[in-house]
Design a binder for this molecule. Structure first.
Ligand SMILES: [Zn+2]
Length: 198
């Protein structure tokens, strides 16, 4: 989530770094404080996919209270994902703006993030945004049940998010970002990003 710089009297963007506003501290304590943090973080979106938030992406792993300090645990999507620094900044800004200081954001690498952490409703949001969600789980396991529809056909090509046609072809392994591939729909000939299982 990026915010446009405020405009001055001449309609020009102020190039100076923005000072953080003074905010009223949130007086909630205990579980209510944790809930307030979760609520504030609902508004922190994936910088690359502004329709899904960090919880839906699976990056936000935990919010816990130790003493007065909120401890936010995040797991990066990919090592070296260029969006991670932005995500951390956005988390800090959201908590600060809701008066939820003090807080600490820590990064946990294990277990490693996987696209499997995105729910079916997140897949729907991706599709509505024009991105085909992962077509199968990254962690296929023979002895687990198959509770999710798209698990039953591993290694298929993604369906077109525009017209739902299963006839799609790979154009490039890397689309708009490294975590997405570029496909084209044979039916409606629209190109689209595919969120690769990872
Ligand atoms: Zn199509």
């Amino acid at each position: 989530m990026t915010m446009a710089a405020p405009l001055d009297a001449f309609g020009l963007a102020d190039p100076r770094p923005q000072k953080r506003e003074q905010v009223t501290p949130n007086s909630a304590t205990g579980p209510a404080r944790v809930q307030a943090a979760y609520a504030a973080l609902e508004a922190v979106m994936d910088p690359e996919i502004p329709v899904i938030n960090l919880r839906e992406l699976g990056v936000l792993r935990d919010v816990a209270l130790q003493g007065d300090t909120l401890h936010i645990t995040i797991t990066p999507t990919y090592a070296g994902c260029p969006a991670m620094a932005q995500m951390r900044e956005d988390i800090e800004a959201a908590l600060h703006n809701q008066g939820l200081s003090p807080f600490a954001v820590r990064t946990v690498l294990s277990p490693a993030w996987t696209t499997d952490w995105m729910s079916a409703s997140t897949h729907d949001k991706l599709r509505a945004y024009g991105i085909a969600p992962p077509a199968h789980l990254s962690t296929e396991s023979a002895n687990t049940a198959q509770p999710i529809r798209w698990h039953s056909k591993p290694q298929t090509t993604p369906a077109c998010p525009q017209c739902a046609s299963p006839l799609t072809t790979l154009i490039a392994q890397s689309g708009s970002t490294a975590c997405k591939a570029l496909y084209r729909c044979v039916q409606c000939s629209e190109p689209f990003d595919y969120f690769k299982p990872y």
